[in-house]
Write a protein that binds this ligand. Structure first.
Ligand code: CUA
Length: 342
């Protein structure tokens, strides 16, 4: 009942009742069907209970009389053994059918359409995306965080599935975009797979669905579904290295960032300067292409960025980024540099 209530009152963008992909449509149908069957059983059982309570609420006959002794009824015994068996069997068939339809390796993509392959790595508490291949092209090297872009799969029969390879860098997480599909866990030392296919362009929100520590609730998911043309533009922009600063101030800002310990955990792909090559934190090469920071928590504005970089504990207590005070001048230089990473 609680699950029903939660699902019915979820914001439109997180509701399993407005599916935007075949897998989510299957899930919704199963949800409604199972809720109807089990709801019917609940009403029947409670109905009989209330009938008995009302019908037998008063003792008939003398107070010390023995009630009628019943020694069971074969037909009733058989009925209440068989009925649950049949119900459970029907539920197993229904679930089995949906599990088959959403299995990790469904029908291949339409002829001439090559799928997108992305490796998703769960971290405490953010998402890493590594674009592996698309349309038969190797995309190795495109790494981003927290905002996954995928091409739309128009409902005109063209199948353009997105295959996800799910891994974890630390503890168990779970990838869940309610409108695009069911939950799949990301487990340490194991790769799980799932696929997505979105019918409509737009922003789809999600949430880590496996408790993974203090900031589990703020490990938010954002999937941007766009036209194949826009997706190509996105890939082309993400594949580029960071733009080279042109003037003296911009160069000094870049130096201010690269001489800090930030570079031990973050990568900024740069042809000339490879100091920023850490892989423990999100890749920052195109940081400003992302609408949010701290895994979907706050809008990516220069003010928020400053707060996030220099006092992360005030934004996301427990997060693994260390805040430090550089002094106003250097903090401004670092933020000015970061905001050039478009
Ligand atoms: Cu990651 Cu919960």
């Amino acid at each position: 009942m609680l699950a029903l209530l939660a699902a019915a009152t979820a914001p439109e963008n997180l509701s399993t009742f407005s599916p935007a992909s075949p897998a989510a449509e299957w899930t919704r149908e199963l949800f409604v069907l199972v809720a109807a069957i089990t709801g019917g059983i609940l009403l029947l059982v409670e109905g009989i209970l209330f009938y008995a309570l009302i019908r037998c609420r008063r003792r008939t006959g003398p107070a010390d009389a023995e009630p009628p002794q019943v020694y069971g009824s074969k037909p009733i015994e058989i009925a209440w053994t068989l009925a649950p068996l049949i119900v459970v069997f029907v539920l197993v068939l229904l679930v089995g059918r949906v599990l088959w339809e959403v299995r990790p390796d469904p029908v291949a993509a339409s002829a001439g359409v090559q799928p997108l392959h992305v490796t998703v790595i769960g971290h405490q508490w953010w998402w890493e995306y590594r674009y592996d291949s698309y349309d038969g092209r190797d995309l190795g090297g495109i790494v981003t965080a927290n905002e996954l872009h995928i091409p739309v799969s128009p409902p005109n029969g063209v199948q353009r599935p997105v295959y996800l390879n799910l891994q974890s860098a630390d503890v168990c997480h779970s990838f869940w975009i309610p409108r695009l599909g069911g939950k799949t866990d990301l487990l340490p030392g194991r790769a799980n797979t799932m696929w997505l296919q979105a019918n409509e362009p737009g922003l789809y929100l999600g949430q880590c669905a496996e408790y993974c520590g203090t900031q589990h609730a703020n490990m938010l998911l954002r999937v941007v579904v766009e036209s194949p043309e826009d997706f190509e533009k996105y890939l082309a922009a993400e594949a580029k290295p960071a733009a080279d600063p042109t003037d003296k101030v911009a160069l000094a800002n870049k130096e201010a960032f690269r001489s800090q310990s930030c570079v031990n955990c973050h990568t900024v792909r740069d042809k000339q300067d490879t100091r920023a090559n850490g892989t423990f934190g999100p890749d920052l090469t195109h940081l400003m292409a992302r609408k949010t920071i701290a895994a979907g928590m706050i809008p990516n504005t220069p003010e928020n960025l400053k707060k996030w970089v220099f006092s992360p504990e005030s934004v996301k207590p427990g997060c693994l980024m260390a805040g430090f005070d550089l002094g106003e001048k250097d903090m401004k230089a670092v933020i000015d540099y970061l905001t050039t990473l478009k």
